[in-house]
Design a protein around this ligand. Structure first.
Ligand code: NAP
Length: 246
């Protein structure tokens, strides 16, 4: 149970982030989550978590902006006075073959997925170190382990997340803070809905368990790593991919 704990989830308005908010709320954690701009979706997550009987703070905040992340943490600490769990879920894709990839699309993906994860971990380190406890879970991807044509920017950002997870696990271990990563495979969300049918069916065919993942499959793994039972696990990457990356 996570009663009395505060979980901050980035990108909680839709998809995997929403499932993580709902799962952690169902375990009793109060929830703070950020989103990029989809106000209507954010309200839906907020209502779903409130219905589970926990306190909820939703805030628009671009994780790639140091100023916005500082504002997010100020608001969370003012409201709850603590950060026990940080889930770095916010992420974007801007796919194209490297030959055609625009520099702006490379930069945008690195800024949100990699720098955003760094900025929030940096901001969480102080309150977690004071508490001498904390759980950080970063969303990476199966493609960071396997590579994927058309995603040089995304693979670089998610590969960076894995390395940074290990670096931060070593930096924070002495204070009882664990830092782990979850690597989803091919999950049914808005992010994958936009892929061409051909790409979807060839990816689906490569999943040993024979189906796409659901956001709830990923949320289960995040909840495990965020809970007391995972106290002796740090610096790890847990694939939730139906066997794609083994
Ligand atoms: P999604 O459905 O596209 O949702 C993305 C979420 O991130 C939304 O809540 C969005 O907010 C938020 N977001 C985007 N940019 C942001 C920013 N700059 N600042 C703050 N929030 C931002 O994505 P998803 O499929 O759930 O993916 C969630 C995470 O899992 C991502 O890190 C993704 O890379 C990773 N992942 C997904 C898959 C998959 O198959 N779906 C596979 C492997 C890894 P708005 O609603 O306001 O836009």
């Amino acid at each position: 149970m996570l009663k009395g704990k505060l979980a901050l989830v980035t990108g909680g308005s839709r998809g995997i982030g929403r499932a993580i908010c709902e799962k952690l709320a169902s375990l009793g954690a109060d929830i703070a989550f950020s989103y990029a701009g989809n106000e209507a979706a954010a309200r839906e997550t907020e209502a779903a978590c409130r219905a589970l009987g926990v306190r909820v703070l939703a805030r628009q905040a671009d994780v790639g902006s140091a100023e916005a992340v500082a504002g997010l943490f100020e608001a969370v600490l003012a409201e709850f006075g603590r950060v026990d769990i940080l889930v770095n879920n916010a992420g974007i894709t801007r796919d194209s073959l490297a030959m055609r990839m625009k520099e702006a699309d490379f930069d945008a993906v690195i800024e949100t997925n990699l720098k955003g994860t760094f900025l929030t971990m940096k901001a969480a380190a102080r309150p977690m170190m004071k508490q001498r406890a904390g759980r950080i879970v970063n969303l990476t991807s199966v493609v960071a382990l396997r590579g994927n044509a058309g995603q040089a920017n995304y693979c670089a950002s998610k590969g960076g997340v894995i390395s940074m997870t290990k670096a931060m696990a070593r930096e924070l271990a002495g204070r009882g803070i664990t830092v782990n990563a979850v690597a989803p495979g091919f999950i049914e969300t808005d992010m994958t809905a936009v892929l061409p049918e051909e790409a979807k069916s060839s990816m689906a065919a490569s999943i040993p368990l024979g189906r796409m993942g659901r956001p709830e499959d990923v949320a289960e793994a995040v909840a495990f790593l965020a809970g007391d039972g995972a106290a002796y696990i740090t610096g790890q990457v847990l694939a939730v991919d139906g066997g794609m990356a083994m």
